[in-house]
Design a protein around this ligand. Structure first.
Ligand code: OSB
Ligand code: MG
Length: 369
């Protein structure tokens, strides 16, 4: 398989409601769509999901794009690949930049699956896949309690079975108490996006009263020791997100008891090959693992659904319906929630087709590499 042409589309989709987290607010989702074409004319789609600013992890959309185009594309174009699992090895000499790598690596997986007329989920995962996937929703910071409760109510009514609430200092215990009182049986969790530090241990321990599924990423993205210290004192599980960029990070977290759960995002770990290795490790070591999200467009979402459909990923992922984020999507069939579940596309590759009218409407820049 030889990659002959790469079309790089810079896009931005307006968000139906802005997302506010401990590090900032976003009103539109800027991302890049990567379309690979091989020597047979088969195409494969990948999404560069990196957020605009380097506040979630150190990558930003411009830095990821630059690394991908300057350093990764030349490696990809000069190689003849036998299998998509070779791409991770091909990119190994380039340090870090996991989301940049993932945009191209996952596009090669899609291309290979389409070229061999196989559905990615059915043929290339390490476990059997379901046709529908139970999903959850991640809710940004909404300071007004009545409005927050109303928002949660809306998602519960739509069928979401697990709700994640963003927290930050000053918007935590009271907010969680309010939501818990209104929804006594809801699968509820919180995500701090690194907004706390060791001095907040006593405060974070108060979260134990609210039957949370887990507390996601309370401390810094490069900290394993303070997380371990906190985990020792909490009955609620800690889940690591930003810390986990590779299987090595999962091993470290597991050995140090820094957490009891892993939020796995395919782009944050450099692509599908590494993500599958992490899933395998978590299964073997009884570490709870579930699929996180990056407000993906339909391309990244379709890939996420193929992955999240694997049988051991029982905890609902941050994988909501298209209309939770966008007015319209760049794929033909938007994802709709039914009974708390999304249908996994079963066509070849990641299973979706592009909607070129929508792409044209939201196109910022197109380049052929
Ligand atoms: O911390 O999990 C996070 C989105 C972008 C970056 C980081 C995070 C998130 C989410 C939303 O929580 C997940 C989603 O619905 O796609
Ligand atoms: Mg998170």
């Amino acid at each position: 398989m030889k990659i002959k042409q790469i079309d790089w589309y810079q896009l931005a989709l307006p968000l139906k409601s802005p997302f506010k987290t401990s590090y900032g607010e976003i009103k539109e989702k800027a991302f890049d769509l990567v379309v690979l074409t091989d020597e047979l004319g088969t195409q494969g789609y990948g999404e560069l999901v990196t957020l605009a600013t380097p506040e979630y992890t150190y990558e930003s959309l411009v830095s990821s794009r630059l690394v991908a185009q300057q350093f990764l594309v030349p490696l990809l174009k000069k190689t003849s690949l036998d299998h998509p699992s070779d791409v991770a090895e091909l990119f190994k000499s380039i340090k870090g930049n996991e989301m940049a790598k993932s945009s191209l690596e996952t596009a090669v997986w899609d291309l290979y699956a389409r070229r061999t007329n196989q559905n990615l989920g059915e043929s290339f995962m390490i476990e059997p896949v379901h046709d529908d996937v139970a999903v959850g929703v991640s809710i940004g910071i909404i300071e007004d309690m009545a409005q927050l409760v109303h928002t949660v109510e809306g998602f519960v009514t739509e069928g979401y079975t697990r709700v994640k609430l963003k927290i930050k200092p000053g918007y935590d215990i009271k907010m969680v108490k309010t939501v818990r009182e209104h929804f006594p049986d809801l699968k509820l969790m919180v995500d701090a996006n690194s907004a706390y530090s060791l001095v907040d241990c006593e405060l974070l321990k108060q979260l134990d009263q609210y039957q949370l599924e887990m507390v996601e990423q309370p401390f810094a993205d490069n900290d394993f020791l303070d997380h371990a210290y906190l985990q020792q004192q909490l009955t609620t599980s800690i889940c690591l997100d930003e810390n986990i960029k590779s299987l090595k990070d999962v091993e470290l977290a597991h050995h140090l008891h820094s957490c009891r759960a892993i939020n796995l995002k395919i782009p944050r770990v450099g692509g599908l090959t590494e993500a599958l290795k992490i899933l395998d490790y978590c299964r073997k070591h009884h570490l709870l693992v579930w699929l996180g999200g990056m407000y993906e467009s339909g391309v990244g979402r379709a890939l996420n659904l193929q992955f999240a459909a694997q049988t051991s990923l029982i905890f609902p992922g941050d994988l909501s319906a298209t209309d939770r984020y966008f007015y319209e999507d760049i794929i033909e069939q938007p994802f709709e929630i039914d009974d708390g579940k999304l249908l996994r596309p079963t066509a070849p590759g990641i299973g979706i087709e592009l909607n070129h009218d929508v792409i044209t409407r939201h196109l910022i820049h197109h380049q052929r590499l």
